[in-house]
Design a protein. Sequence first.
Length: 366
Amino acid sequence: MTNIQLGSLVLNTELLVYMAAGMIGILALRVGGKGMHKEELEKDVSVAWSAVFIWIAVWKGSLLLVDPMSVVRQPMSLLFFSGGRLGFWLAVVAVLLWFGYKYKRHGFSGAGARIALLMSGWTLIYALSVLIFDRGSFHYGHSMGLLLSLCGLLLLRRLDRMDRWRQSWAEDSQLAKRMLTQGIVALVVIGLLSFTLQDQAQSGFIAKLIDGSEADETVGAREGQKAPAFELVNLAGEELSLEGQKGSVVIVNFWTTWCKVCKTEMPHVQKLYEYYAAQGDAVKLVSVNVTSQEASAVGVERYMEDYGYSFPLALDMKGEAAYQYRVKAYPATFIIDSDGVIRERMLGAISFSDMKKRIDRVLAAE
């Protein structure tokens, strides 16, 4: 997901979304818990709050499994990166195990209802956030989850009715069969609607609503605009321009040596450069040091040598390229397609896996 910029401050959107999703899940539990004993409800809510922190800890800590060396070299990596998809599912498993252990006092159906209610609230916010902040990755699973979460919130809005439902099912076997049949039909309908929702999100009414208008082909720093041209020099005094990368998907990364977040991201940029350089000219990387914000170009050269970075470096001596791309916080990364149009704009530190996922998405659309 694209990070949020407030002036020179960059906020991690993904972390904020997970926290907000957890809080909405807890709110759903509170609303659904009306009619329950207050002390019992507070115990359930306390368990849910613990689950939010467990989620974040496992999600972030999974980086130690995915890329332990990056944490060894840069311990601050844990603040900016995570274990990606693996970390996401590890966090899901950890939280479900936590819920199962803590809610077992409610019995199987009671625990299941509470978990379903919490996860419905969580999934609703998560799926909506993907749709708004990262629509390119919004797939069938997200649309299905969005619709199922809405149904879950409606059905489970009163947990105190669960006992009466169970009693009715026990007394009337035909009722249970009818409800099972209705549930299967509802799942089929939701499955079909999910295809429609996904299609509308990618290229239909929802896509137009989020984008606001058709793609703007004028020159600018927004997604969908033509990337501003630049002609800079490298450390050897040789010209390095955007035009020189024509025909390739280009990654343009703005950074400075004094930026602590940039320092954490640099190993991932180097890894990305090596990965695509080994595959030919389909993807090229241009690292732009905003030298107007540095003490001298000599310090930048020493920085590159000290850390052993070999990616192509352009020196923005006057800060003109950073101004054209509206860079106010570092690092900032742009993915430009082979036609020179900006397809992705990323603020803050981005991991190798996240950058690769976005680049592959642009390549697939070529």
